[in-house]
Design a protein around this ligand. Structure first.
Ligand SMILES: *Cc1c(COP(=O)(O)O)cnc(C)c1O
Length: 473
């Protein structure tokens, strides 16, 4: 065995020999030489280790082949050279897929971000006076115009927004919340915990299904800092229920000088029902009803970048801007650029150019036509190796939004002629541009609602590759 081991060790080629192998030489046109050399060194080192440690006669009897080593190098170098954060094709139909980055930005928005990113900007410079300016100035007027609020600011995300509001307005004091609104949002954002992190004491009132105005009224003490309303954006309590509307809460709060804060979650700036998307309470409605401070996400139904937007009465927003925590939660310039450009689309009544809203409002006819076309191109690409049909179902808004919305979906259902559904799912997920689909027991479902331009062609190419493999099962 030791003789075999020595023979194999002698066969390990020098690094240069592998680098000059035709397949590897060609690879260096796409991948920097340094990375390829590193991959060769690592593959050779691991083969040496395997030979030194193996007690398997059969393995040690097999001569080393440079072709085999080259293939390993190729695979390793290609895998390691790819960006870790990648564009994926979302065929799940979940429009605001938190794991897939929620909202997709409009082309015009991306162009604006790119321009700002490639140069210096007036991020914190007032071009009028030449003095130091505020980063919030770029979006504050837009936010006020779109929501009717007196003032506004933006932080990293809505979780940060709620934390900041609690810390700045209620630290060391009491915040009253209905038991029906003590929500948990994905990624472990829980209202009770956020209040605690902000140093506020939670006072729960009412029950899960019913809370009345007198429940709030009788819980108010000298130490009450905020009446908090939380939009139950990711679930609904139906049946024997009662919650207090923002308007009534505002009446109670303002009579006692206690601010009402509303976490709207997925804040929408306009009534979505005009495009056939189920109604969600809007930010302008909350402001109009007198709510003092409203916090909402930038990348949910608004369709912009990840951000936490806070609008409301100037006196409160000023207190937030001055809080120490604001500096730690501040929004960066690329996000701010994306937000300004997205808000402009609202101002110009070009909401339909915002991908999130466009995808949510696709008509059943359009979806059906797209599904038929995708099914046909998959059949064409994969021949007899795939069965592709169209079936009807539902899409989800996702991102903790519109939990009860039944958005009509046309799904391309595929069954592999060879192999299993989970093998096909893995093959799609590991494609160069990964394709994410819904898995059912006996078939894979591709929801065309969330496909973007070019995605259908890319999917067909992946199915073509699937059909070409000569797998044995
Ligand atoms: C989504 C959501 C949040 C958290 O917003 P992020 O922008 O994801 O941080 C907070 N509150 C409610 C009600 C939400 O729906």
């Amino acid at each position: 065995m030791e003789d075999l081991r020595k023979a194999r060790l002698r066969e390990i080629p020098p690094v240069n020999e592998v680098l000059f192998h035709p397949g590897i030489a060609a690879l260096q046109e796409e991948i920097p030489h340094l990375r390829v050399t590193e991959a060769v060194q690592e593959v050779l080192a691991s083969v040496r280790q395997q030979i030194l440690e193996s007690g398997d006669i059969e393995f040690l009897s097999r001569p080393l082949e440079v072709d085999f080593l080259a293939a390993q190098v190729r695979e390793k170098a290609t895998r390691e050279h790819a960006y870790h954060l990648r564009r994926v094709i979302n065929a799940t139909g979940v429009v605001l897929h938190t794991n897939c980055g929620r909202s997709v930005l409009a082309g015009e928005v991306v162009d604006f971000v790119s321009g700002i990113a490639q140069g210096y900007s007036n991020l914190e410079l007032d071009l009028g006076s030449g003095e130091r300016g505020s980063r919030y100035s770029h979006v504050e007027d837009l936010l006020c115009k779109l929501t009717g609020a007196e003032a506004g600011m933006v932080v990293n995300n809505n979780a940060a927004a709620v934390l900041l509001v609690m810390r700045a307005l209620a630290s060391g004091r009491e915040v009253i919340v209905s038991r029906g609104e003590l929500v948990e949002v994905g990624g472990a954002f829980r209202i009770p915990e956020v209040l605690k992190a902000g140093g506020a004491n939670l006072i729960e009132v009412g029950t899960t299904n019913k809370t009345r105005l007198k429940d709030y009224a009788s819980a108010i003490t000298d130490n009450t800092a905020v009446l908090l309303k939380v939009h139950t954006s990711n679930f609904r309590v139906v049946g024997f229920t009662e919650q207090v509307g923002s308007g009534e809460l505002v009446e109670l709060g303002s009579s006692l000088g206690i601010p009402v804060v509303e976490d709207l979650g997925s804040g929408t700036l306009v009534d979505l029902s005009q495009w056939g998307i189920p109604y969600e309470p809007t930010v302008p409605e909350a402001i109009k009803s007198g709510v003092d401070v409203v916090a909402f996400s930038g990348d949910k139904l608004l369709g912009g970048p990840q951000a936490g937007i806070i609008v409301g009465k100037r006196s409160y927003i000023d207190r937030l801007k001055k809080d120490q925590l604001t500096r730690a939660l501040r929004i960066d310039k690329l996000t701010l650029a994306a937000l300004e450009a997205t808000l402009r689309l609202y101002l110009e009544k070009r909401e339909q150019e915002i991908p999130t809203l466009a995808l949510l409002s696709l008509s059943a006819n359009e979806l059906s036509a797209r599904a038929d076309a995708l099914a046909a191109s998959i059949r064409l690409a994969a021949g007899t190796k795939i069965l592709a049909d169209v079936e009807q179902g539902y899409s989800l808004a996702g991102g903790g939004s519109l939990p009860t919305a039944n958005l009509p979906a046309y799904l391309v259902s595929v069954k592999p002629g060879l192999g299993t559904v989970s093998e096909l799912e893995e093959f799609l997920r590991q494609a160069e541009t990964p394709v994410l689909a819904r898995v059912q027991k006996d078939r894979l479902l591709l929801d065309v609602r969330t496909l973007l331009p070019g995605d259908s062609q890319a999917i067909a190419r992946v199915f073509h590759t699937w059909a070409q493999q000569d797998k044995e099962y």
